[in-house]
Ligand binder design. Structure first.
Ligand SMILES: NC(=O)c1ccc[n+]([C@@H]2O[C@H](COP(=O)([O-])OP(=O)(O)OC[C@H]3O[C@@H](n4cnc5c(N)ncnc54)[C@H](OP(=O)(O)O)[C@@H]3O)[C@@H](O)[C@H]2O)c1
Length: 379
């Protein structure tokens, strides 16, 4: 019996490949998350794999290795994979080559690779080699694109995907009038944030948040390990205090201070001597400095940027059209105070009809909070 095509069975293989891809989360950046399933001509799953570590085997080769370990020959098999197979040599040799050598007859991939060196070359090489190649459509294709939004935005724009995460009260405030914000959200929400920190490439805050909260911004999940990302402070005048928790924890994670050329030399040198890295962002206005800083993070292949506030910096990024996703933890607390801080304090829209509308909004409970996940852009 031949493997079914374009059927529920085929969708199930792609869903399994998507599930496998998750195994690399937080460990493969700047590479994409990729999962693969190999199905024999009789419809049996004979190999599974995923890209597990940066520099390690790609999903396709991992699945072929699984076939070998099971003692099964993949000749004539179908490969279901979440991303188009690559044709270039990077940290690993090209997957298209391995698939041709293995005699795979058909490849179904769920999303294209937008990087310049890929862009359909792998599927082209496979077709030339006589392989039947198909790009899947439907919900699995959409899930495959969503799986790698940081990778896709970085490939298309050279800038990181920005996710703004904030904890807010039921009346939409992220801090009391005096600046106090600890703790708006529940312990369960904070645990989720610590895990998310361990998966992203960089965390950004404005100097206002550092001066108000003196945060550590390291990944400290109760369960599992946290890999610490780069901590980025937008600090035009290099005001970051030398006795701040950020500077005090440089052995745990690096700190990049984004300042302007007008920041006092003495302050810049003191921060550098303390071990922080200074990025003098070119441009006379905050918007161009913001753009220059995002470009620099992109050059460093930091694709997944978690923005942790505050409302001034988030407002500036929102106005610049750079916030791609918002994750808002809404806690059952009411402040009701004039002067309490809003989630976004940029220029924004002046009329409701001009307000931005997310592409999709999902929500779920986390402890006593409601987590609202809004996707503003898709790449
Ligand atoms: N509930 C939450 O989830 C949450 C999260 C974070 C913060 N907060 C609260 O928010 C409050 C702090 O917010 P905030 O708005 O005062 O501070 P912020 O947004 O963290 O920092 C704002 C500062 O960043 C600097 N900056 C550097 N480059 C910038 C640019 N391109 N655009 C805009 N700003 C830039 C500016 O100061 P310079 O010009 O001096 O550089 C600006 O004043 C605190 O009360 C904190 O507790 C709450």
């Amino acid at each position: 019996m031949a493997a079914e095509t374009g059927t529920e069975t085929e969708s199930a293989h792609l869903r399994r490949a998507l599930e496998l891809a998750e195994g690399g989360r937080g460990r493969v950046s700047p590479n994409p998350l990729v999962g693969a399933v190999i199905v024999s001509p009789s419809g049996e799953v004979i190999g599974e794999g995923f890209h597990a570590e940066l520099g390690d085997l790609h999903a396709e080769r991992a699945a072929l290795r699984d076939c070998r370990e099971r003692g099964v020959d993949p000749t004539g098999a179908t490969l279901f994979v979440t991303l188009e197979p690559c044709a270039h040599s990077g940290r690993q040799p090209p997957c298209s080559e391995a698939l041709l050598e293995a005699g795979v007859a058909r490849v179904v991939y769920a999303s294209e690779d937008p990087t310049g060196k890929a862009s359909g070359r792998g599927p082209g090489i496979l077709r030339d080699g006589g392989v039947d190649v198909e790009l899947a459509r439907g919900p699995e294709a959409s899930a495959a694109r969503l799986l790698n939004q940081p990778f896709r935005k970085l490939a298309r724009t050279g800038r990181p995907l920005v996710t703004y995460k904030a904890a807010m009260t039921l009346d939409g405030r992220v801090a009391a009038p005096g600046g106090d914000s600890r703790w708006i959200s529940s312990a369960e929400s904070r645990e989720l944030v610590h895990r998310r920190r361990g998966e992203c490439d960089a965390i950004a805050v404005g100097i206002g948040t550092v001066l108000a909260d003196d945060p550590l911004l390291t990944a400290r999940p109760e369960r599992g390990e946290g890999r610490n990302p780069l901590r980025v402070v937008f600090d035009t005048r290099a005001r970051l205090p030398l006795d701040s928790a950020l500077i005090g924890s440089l052995e745990e994670a690096p700190v990049l201070v984004v300042c302007s050329g007008e920041a006092p030399t003495a302050a810049r040198s003191a921060l550098e001597r303390a071990g922080a890295e200074l990025l003098v962002a070119p441009g006379g206005d905050p918007a161009s400095r913001l753009a220059a800083a995002l470009d620099e993070l992109g050059r460093r292949e930091l694709g997944d940027l978690l923005l942790e506030g505050g409302p001034t910096l988030a407002g500036a990024l929102f106005d610049a059209g750079e916030i791609d996703r918002m994750q808002l933890f809404v806690a059952p607390v009411l402040l009701g105070a004039e002067g309490a801080r809003a989630v976004l304090e940029g220029k924004g829209a002046k009329r409701i009809a001009e307000g931005g509308r997310p592409l999709a909004v999902e929500h779920r409970s986390v402890g006593e909070d409601l987590l609202i996940d809004a996707r503003l852009r898709e790449w």
